[in-house]
Write a protein that binds this ligand. Structure first.
Ligand code: GRG
Length: 292
Protein backbone atom coordinates (compact mmCIF):
# COMPACT_ATOMS: atom_id res chain seq x y z
CA UNK A 1 0.00 0.00 0.00
CA UNK A 2 1.34 3.45 -0.91
CA UNK A 3 2.19 5.89 1.88
CA UNK A 4 -0.74 8.22 1.14
CA UNK A 5 -3.27 5.36 1.23
CA UNK A 6 -1.70 4.00 4.42
CA UNK A 7 -1.82 7.37 6.19
CA UNK A 8 -5.35 8.10 4.97
CA UNK A 9 -6.74 4.73 6.06
CA UNK A 10 -5.18 5.00 9.55
CA UNK A 11 -6.30 8.65 9.89
CA UNK A 12 -9.84 7.46 9.10
CA UNK A 13 -9.66 4.82 11.82
CA UNK A 14 -8.55 7.45 14.34
CA UNK A 15 -11.24 9.91 13.22
CA UNK A 16 -13.99 7.28 13.50
CA UNK A 17 -12.80 6.28 16.96
CA UNK A 18 -12.68 9.90 18.13
CA UNK A 19 -16.09 10.72 16.59
CA UNK A 20 -17.67 7.74 18.33
CA UNK A 21 -15.96 8.56 21.66
CA UNK A 22 -17.17 12.17 21.52
CA UNK A 23 -20.60 11.31 20.06
CA UNK A 24 -22.37 11.95 23.35
CA UNK A 25 -21.85 15.23 25.15
CA UNK A 26 -20.42 14.06 28.46
CA UNK A 27 -19.18 17.57 29.24
CA UNK A 28 -20.92 20.98 29.44
CA UNK A 29 -22.17 22.10 26.02
CA UNK A 30 -19.82 25.07 25.49
CA UNK A 31 -16.79 23.07 26.66
CA UNK A 32 -17.85 20.22 24.37
CA UNK A 33 -18.02 22.64 21.42
CA UNK A 34 -14.59 24.01 22.26
CA UNK A 35 -12.98 20.55 22.66
CA UNK A 36 -14.50 19.16 19.46
CA UNK A 37 -13.75 22.39 17.54
CA UNK A 38 -10.02 21.81 17.97
CA UNK A 39 -10.07 18.01 17.91
CA UNK A 40 -11.83 17.95 14.53
CA UNK A 41 -10.14 21.01 13.00
CA UNK A 42 -8.20 19.02 10.40
CA UNK A 43 -5.03 17.91 12.21
CA UNK A 44 -2.81 15.48 10.32
CA UNK A 45 -3.11 12.82 13.08
CA UNK A 46 0.62 12.11 12.69
CA UNK A 47 1.11 10.92 16.27
CA UNK A 48 -1.76 8.38 16.34
CA UNK A 49 -0.84 7.16 12.85
CA UNK A 50 2.73 6.63 14.11
CA UNK A 51 1.45 4.70 17.13
CA UNK A 52 -0.64 2.47 14.87
CA UNK A 53 2.24 1.96 12.39
CA UNK A 54 4.53 1.03 15.26
CA UNK A 55 1.99 -1.42 16.72
CA UNK A 56 1.46 -3.03 13.32
CA UNK A 57 5.25 -3.27 12.91
CA UNK A 58 5.21 -5.18 16.21
CA UNK A 59 2.65 -7.68 14.88
CA UNK A 60 -0.46 -6.03 16.37
CA UNK A 61 -3.75 -4.96 14.78
CA UNK A 62 -4.54 -1.26 14.25
CA UNK A 63 -7.99 -1.61 15.85
CA UNK A 64 -6.50 -2.85 19.12
CA UNK A 65 -4.39 0.27 19.76
CA UNK A 66 -6.97 2.87 18.64
CA UNK A 67 -7.82 4.12 22.17
CA UNK A 68 -4.14 4.57 23.09
CA UNK A 69 -3.19 6.10 19.71
CA UNK A 70 -6.17 8.48 19.80
CA UNK A 71 -5.39 9.48 23.39
CA UNK A 72 -2.08 10.90 22.13
CA UNK A 73 -4.01 13.12 19.70
CA UNK A 74 -5.98 14.48 22.66
CA UNK A 75 -2.73 15.44 24.40
CA UNK A 76 -1.35 16.97 21.20
CA UNK A 77 -4.55 18.99 20.69
CA UNK A 78 -4.46 20.27 24.27
CA UNK A 79 -0.86 21.40 23.76
CA UNK A 80 -1.76 23.35 20.63
CA UNK A 81 -4.74 25.08 22.31
CA UNK A 82 -2.59 26.17 25.25
CA UNK A 83 0.37 27.07 23.03
CA UNK A 84 -1.85 29.48 21.05
CA UNK A 85 -3.06 31.37 24.15
CA UNK A 86 -2.09 35.04 24.58
CA UNK A 87 0.08 34.11 27.58
CA UNK A 88 2.10 31.74 25.39
CA UNK A 89 2.50 32.18 21.61
CA UNK A 90 -0.57 34.39 21.16
CA UNK A 91 -1.57 32.97 17.79
CA UNK A 92 -4.78 33.85 15.94
CA UNK A 93 -4.85 31.06 13.34
CA UNK A 94 -4.29 27.31 13.56
CA UNK A 95 -5.07 24.68 10.91
CA UNK A 96 -6.54 27.47 8.76
CA UNK A 97 -9.12 28.45 11.38
CA UNK A 98 -9.26 30.97 14.25
CA UNK A 99 -7.55 29.53 17.32
CA UNK A 100 -9.66 28.08 20.13
CA UNK A 101 -9.46 31.10 22.45
CA UNK A 102 -10.41 33.47 19.60
CA UNK A 103 -13.69 31.58 19.23
CA UNK A 104 -14.47 30.46 22.80
CA UNK A 105 -12.53 32.90 24.97
CA UNK A 106 -9.47 32.22 27.11
CA UNK A 107 -11.20 30.58 30.06
CA UNK A 108 -12.98 27.95 27.97
CA UNK A 109 -9.85 27.39 25.83
CA UNK A 110 -7.78 26.71 28.97
CA UNK A 111 -10.45 24.33 30.26
CA UNK A 112 -10.73 22.60 26.85
CA UNK A 113 -6.98 21.93 27.05
CA UNK A 114 -7.32 20.66 30.63
CA UNK A 115 -10.25 18.44 29.61
CA UNK A 116 -8.33 16.97 26.67
CA UNK A 117 -5.22 16.26 28.74
CA UNK A 118 -7.07 14.49 31.53
CA UNK A 119 -9.55 12.67 29.28
CA UNK A 120 -6.57 11.31 27.32
CA UNK A 121 -5.66 9.14 30.29
CA UNK A 122 -9.26 7.91 30.64
CA UNK A 123 -9.24 7.00 26.93
CA UNK A 124 -5.85 5.33 27.27
CA UNK A 125 -7.26 2.76 29.70
CA UNK A 126 -9.92 1.58 27.18
CA UNK A 127 -9.45 -1.81 25.47
CA UNK A 128 -8.31 -5.08 26.95
CA UNK A 129 -5.91 -6.80 24.62
CA UNK A 130 -2.59 -6.07 26.30
CA UNK A 131 -0.38 -8.21 28.56
CA UNK A 132 -0.56 -7.55 32.34
CA UNK A 133 1.35 -4.44 33.39
CA UNK A 134 1.80 -3.17 29.81
CA UNK A 135 -0.75 -0.35 30.06
CA UNK A 136 0.86 0.94 33.28
CA UNK A 137 4.30 1.01 31.62
CA UNK A 138 2.91 2.72 28.51
CA UNK A 139 1.10 5.35 30.60
CA UNK A 140 4.39 6.14 32.34
CA UNK A 141 6.11 6.62 28.97
CA UNK A 142 3.31 8.90 27.78
CA UNK A 143 3.10 10.94 30.99
CA UNK A 144 6.89 11.43 31.00
CA UNK A 145 6.76 12.61 27.40
CA UNK A 146 3.85 15.01 27.92
CA UNK A 147 4.79 16.39 31.32
CA UNK A 148 7.67 18.35 32.88
CA UNK A 149 10.26 15.74 31.82
CA UNK A 150 9.12 16.20 28.22
CA UNK A 151 6.79 18.58 26.40
CA UNK A 152 5.93 20.88 29.32
CA UNK A 153 9.65 21.23 30.18
CA UNK A 154 10.47 21.95 26.54
CA UNK A 155 7.69 24.50 26.23
CA UNK A 156 8.90 26.31 29.36
CA UNK A 157 12.46 26.47 28.00
CA UNK A 158 11.12 27.64 24.63
CA UNK A 159 9.29 30.56 26.24
CA UNK A 160 12.14 31.42 28.60
CA UNK A 161 14.62 31.44 25.69
CA UNK A 162 12.73 33.91 23.51
CA UNK A 163 14.92 36.76 22.26
CA UNK A 164 18.05 35.22 23.79
CA UNK A 165 21.15 34.57 21.68
CA UNK A 166 20.57 31.21 19.97
CA UNK A 167 22.78 28.38 21.17
CA UNK A 168 22.90 24.77 19.91
CA UNK A 169 22.49 23.07 23.31
CA UNK A 170 19.36 25.01 24.24
CA UNK A 171 17.71 24.56 20.84
CA UNK A 172 18.40 20.82 21.00
CA UNK A 173 16.80 20.66 24.46
CA UNK A 174 13.74 22.64 23.34
CA UNK A 175 13.17 20.58 20.20
CA UNK A 176 13.69 17.15 21.75
CA UNK A 177 11.43 18.00 24.68
CA UNK A 178 8.74 20.32 23.28
CA UNK A 179 8.00 18.28 20.15
CA UNK A 180 10.27 15.23 20.01
CA UNK A 181 9.20 13.61 23.27
CA UNK A 182 5.51 13.12 22.36
CA UNK A 183 6.38 11.87 18.87
CA UNK A 184 8.87 9.44 20.39
CA UNK A 185 6.30 8.21 22.95
CA UNK A 186 3.80 7.67 20.13
CA UNK A 187 5.96 4.94 18.61
CA UNK A 188 7.51 3.67 21.84
CA UNK A 189 4.28 2.68 23.59
CA UNK A 190 3.50 0.16 20.82
CA UNK A 191 6.21 -2.45 21.52
CA UNK A 192 5.49 -2.03 25.24
CA UNK A 193 1.78 -2.72 24.70
CA UNK A 194 2.71 -5.64 22.44
CA UNK A 195 4.81 -7.06 25.29
CA UNK A 196 8.02 -7.12 23.21
CA UNK A 197 11.55 -7.23 24.70
CA UNK A 198 13.64 -4.17 25.65
CA UNK A 199 15.80 -4.37 22.49
CA UNK A 200 12.74 -3.75 20.32
CA UNK A 201 11.46 -0.96 22.59
CA UNK A 202 14.92 0.67 22.47
CA UNK A 203 15.25 0.34 18.67
CA UNK A 204 11.82 1.86 18.08
CA UNK A 205 12.55 4.45 20.80
CA UNK A 206 15.68 5.56 18.93
CA UNK A 207 13.68 5.75 15.69
CA UNK A 208 11.16 7.95 17.57
CA UNK A 209 13.82 10.27 19.00
CA UNK A 210 15.34 10.82 15.56
CA UNK A 211 12.08 11.51 13.73
CA UNK A 212 10.80 13.64 16.62
CA UNK A 213 13.78 15.99 16.34
CA UNK A 214 13.66 15.92 12.53
CA UNK A 215 9.94 16.84 12.65
CA UNK A 216 10.64 20.01 14.65
CA UNK A 217 13.61 20.99 12.47
CA UNK A 218 11.36 20.71 9.40
CA UNK A 219 8.71 22.75 11.27
CA UNK A 220 11.36 25.46 11.83
CA UNK A 221 12.33 25.37 8.14
CA UNK A 222 8.67 25.59 7.03
CA UNK A 223 8.19 28.64 9.22
CA UNK A 224 10.81 30.35 7.01
CA UNK A 225 10.19 28.81 3.60
CA UNK A 226 6.67 27.35 3.80
CA UNK A 227 3.39 28.47 2.31
CA UNK A 228 1.02 30.02 4.86
CA UNK A 229 -2.04 28.75 2.94
CA UNK A 230 -0.82 25.15 2.97
CA UNK A 231 0.33 25.36 6.60
CA UNK A 232 -2.92 26.95 7.82
CA UNK A 233 -1.03 29.50 9.92
CA UNK A 234 1.14 32.56 9.47
CA UNK A 235 4.78 31.96 8.54
CA UNK A 236 7.70 34.02 9.87
CA UNK A 237 6.33 33.85 13.42
CA UNK A 238 9.53 32.32 14.85
CA UNK A 239 11.73 35.22 13.74
CA UNK A 240 9.13 37.75 14.87
CA UNK A 241 8.96 36.18 18.33
CA UNK A 242 12.73 35.69 18.57
CA UNK A 243 12.37 31.90 18.90
CA UNK A 244 15.41 29.66 19.16
CA UNK A 245 15.28 27.57 15.99
CA UNK A 246 17.59 25.42 13.85
CA UNK A 247 17.59 27.89 10.90
CA UNK A 248 18.48 30.72 13.33
CA UNK A 249 21.61 28.82 14.34
CA UNK A 250 22.57 26.72 11.32
CA UNK A 251 20.79 28.34 8.35
CA UNK A 252 18.31 26.58 6.06
CA UNK A 253 20.67 24.29 4.14
CA UNK A 254 22.43 22.85 7.19
CA UNK A 255 19.09 22.46 8.97
CA UNK A 256 17.70 20.51 6.01
CA UNK A 257 20.82 18.33 5.94
CA UNK A 258 20.45 17.67 9.68
CA UNK A 259 16.80 16.60 9.23
CA UNK A 260 17.74 14.27 6.36
CA UNK A 261 20.56 12.75 8.40
CA UNK A 262 18.20 12.16 11.34
CA UNK A 263 15.73 10.40 9.04
CA UNK A 264 18.55 8.10 7.86
CA UNK A 265 19.53 7.36 11.46
CA UNK A 266 15.88 6.62 12.26
CA UNK A 267 15.78 4.06 9.46
CA UNK A 268 18.99 2.39 10.69
CA UNK A 269 17.55 2.10 14.20
CA UNK A 270 14.74 -0.15 12.90
CA UNK A 271 16.89 -2.05 10.38
CA UNK A 272 16.31 -5.22 12.36
CA UNK A 273 12.55 -5.10 11.78
CA UNK A 274 10.65 -6.92 9.02
CA UNK A 275 8.60 -5.48 6.14
CA UNK A 276 5.80 -4.94 8.64
CA UNK A 277 7.81 -1.83 9.68
CA UNK A 278 7.70 -0.36 6.14
CA UNK A 279 5.01 2.22 7.03
CA UNK A 280 7.35 3.49 9.79
CA UNK A 281 10.08 3.75 7.14
CA UNK A 282 7.80 5.64 4.71
CA UNK A 283 6.63 8.01 7.44
CA UNK A 284 10.23 8.89 8.41
CA UNK A 285 10.87 9.93 4.81
CA UNK A 286 7.56 11.75 4.51
CA UNK A 287 8.18 13.78 7.69
CA UNK A 288 11.37 15.31 6.34
CA UNK A 289 9.92 15.95 2.87
CA UNK A 290 6.58 17.39 3.99
CA UNK A 291 5.49 20.88 2.94
CA UNK A 292 2.68 21.30 5.50
C1 GRG B 1 1.37 24.10 26.00
C2 GRG B 1 2.56 22.37 27.40
C3 GRG B 1 2.36 23.02 26.11
C4 GRG B 1 3.11 22.60 25.09
C5 GRG B 1 3.00 23.10 23.73
C6 GRG B 1 3.39 21.32 20.84
C7 GRG B 1 3.77 22.56 21.52
C8 GRG B 1 4.10 22.49 22.94
C9 GRG B 1 3.76 23.74 20.93
C10 GRG B 1 3.35 23.90 19.55
C11 GRG B 1 4.28 24.84 18.90
C12 GRG B 1 4.57 24.32 17.60
C13 GRG B 1 3.77 24.84 16.46
C14 GRG B 1 5.53 23.43 17.49
C15 GRG B 1 5.90 22.86 16.22
C16 GRG B 1 5.71 21.41 16.14
C17 GRG B 1 4.32 21.09 16.22
C18 GRG B 1 3.86 20.47 17.45
C19 GRG B 1 3.54 21.34 15.18
C20 GRG B 1 2.14 21.01 15.13
O1 GRG B 1 2.02 19.61 14.98
P1 GRG B 1 1.35 19.00 13.69
O2 GRG B 1 2.02 19.54 12.46
O3 GRG B 1 -0.08 19.66 13.80
O4 GRG B 1 1.29 17.53 13.84
P2 GRG B 1 -1.50 19.17 13.26
O5 GRG B 1 -2.27 20.47 13.09
O6 GRG B 1 -1.33 18.45 11.95
O7 GRG B 1 -2.06 18.31 14.33
Amino acid sequence: MALKDYIRSRQELVDSYLKEYFSNEFLPARLYESVTYSLFAGGKRIRPVLAIASYEACGGKAEDILPQASAIELIHTYSLIHDDLPAMDDDAMRRGKPTNHKVFGEAIAILAGDALLTEAFVMFTEGETFPPGAVKKAIRILADAAGPRGMVGGQAEDILSERKAPDPKTVHFIHTHKTGALICASVKIAPVLAGLPCEVVDGIGTYGEKIGLAFQIVDDILDVTGDAGALGKETGADVEKGKMTYPAIYGIERSRAAANELAKEALSAIDFMTDAADPLRWIAEYLVQRTM
